[in-house]
Design a protein around this ligand. Structure first.
Ligand code: F6P
Length: 365
């Protein structure tokens, strides 16, 4: 679909929130209004707003003062999917396709383009809408940094800073008590946060989903440290890490969510096992959503601004179906389908993995 002339831009933020979303909303809104004279319309709570027809105009004053704020002024949803709307019949949940209704709302609002800011799930939906004729531009977000086609997503750097600070704090208490301390961080399928925060915080062991761990190797490593006088050890583990031959630990299943599995608990699992098998006092802490909240770091504010402004340039060129991305020092774009077709996981020989191993960090392998 080629719009003759752009007049009105719709924007939504979908999936888990992430520091830097407001920087993107601000950049898109300011650039669209002041450089092109377009109107900007904010869709509320991700795709929920598109399905339920909820949204409001965004003016310069709506986005003034939001650069430094965490969360998203538009709200978000990590459940809503126009192609999979949960409908309860009896005691069962069924999913129905309500995408035609969502597209009708897009048209009734008079929008010429939908800017979808989100991760894998949000952008896959955006791509389906694009295939159904909706002009779409994607902007990648996720603290997990696991979207293909972009070196970084905003939010990742902030999450790494928060997790690194937590490792630093656990370090002093681990040393004081001569304990093994475990920090569980997010990362369902990719261990980028654990890898970068573990390295920056000087962890002794880093466990990531990409490298299944052996309990025996972990216990040997912590006992060895205790034997040569280092009576404490620090372990950073991604929530999706799994034992060799095992599966990730599931905290709960949310059947009304099109992505029902919620991970969590690997930190406590490891703590129990280490106490039992290595005989060392062990504690675990789980940062949970703390690592997604609060103010974005300066690099994430800047990445959000670069992405938002570039998205407006893509709208001007009507490069529909594309996602903004960062590659090397350049801000570019790629077809959304390329970004969502496969996750960007940590390669076993990634320079950061090799550097960690070179300084003695154990990956439990
Ligand atoms: O996708 C980002 C992420 O932070 C994952 O690492 C984590 O598994 C998930 O979100 C948790 O989301 P929720 O807000 O549904 O608990």
């Amino acid at each position: 679909m080629k719009a003759a002339k752009i007049k009105r831009v719709g924007i939504l933020t979908g999936g888990g929130d992430c520091p830097g979303l407001n920087a993107v909303i601000r950049a898109v809104t300011k650039s669209a209004i002041s450089n092109h004279g377009w109107q900007v319309f904010g869709i509320e709570d991700g795709y929920a707003g598109l399905i339920e027809k909820r949204g409001h105009e965004l003016t310069q004053s709506h986005v003034s003062g939001i650069l430094t704020l965490g969360g998203t002024i538009l709200g978000t949803s990590n459940r809503a999917d126009p192609f999979k709307v949960p409908v309860i019949r009896g005691k069962k949940v069924f999913f129905e396709d309500h995408s035609d209704r969502a597209i009708e709302h897009f048209r009734q609002w008079g929008l010429d383009v939908l800017v979808a800011v989100g991760g894998d799930g949000t952008l896959s939906i955006a791509n389906h809408l694009f295939q159904k004729g909706v002009p779409v531009i994607g902007i990648p977000k996720t603290i997990d940094n696991d979207l293909s086609g972009t070196d970084y997503t905003f939010g990742f750097q902030t999450a790494v800073s928060i997790c690194t600070e937590a490792v630093d704090r656990l370090h002093t208490t681990a040393a004081a008590h001569h304990r093994v301390m475990i920090l569980e961080v997010m990362g369902r399928n990719a261990g980028w946060i654990a890898l970068y925060a573990g390295s920056a915080g000087g962890a002794d062991i880093i466990l990531i989903p990409e490298v299944p761990y052996s309990m025996e190797v972990i216990c040997r490593a912590v006992k060895k440290r205790a034997q040569y006088g280092k009576k404490f050890s620090l372990i950073v583990v991604a929530e999706g890490a799994k034992e060799k031959g095992g599966i990730a630990i599931i905290k709960k299943r949310d059947l009304k969510n099109p992505y029902p599995v919620k991970l969590g608990g690997v930190g406590s699992y490891l703590a129990e096992k280490i106490e039992k098998l290595a005989g060392l006092e062990t504690r675990s802490a789980n940062l949970g959503h703390i690592q997604r909240g609060g103010s974005p770091t300066p690099p994430d504010r800047n990445l959000g601004t670069l992405f938002g402004v570039h998205a407006v340039e893509l709208i001007q060129r009507q490069t529909w179906g594309h996602m903004v991305c960062a590659q090397g020092n350049l801000i570019k774009s790629i077809p959304i389908v390329q970004a969502v077709s496969k996750l960007k996981v940590v390669p076993h020989d990634h320079p950061m993995v090799r550097a960690c191993e070179a300084v003695g960090i154990n990956f439990g392998r």
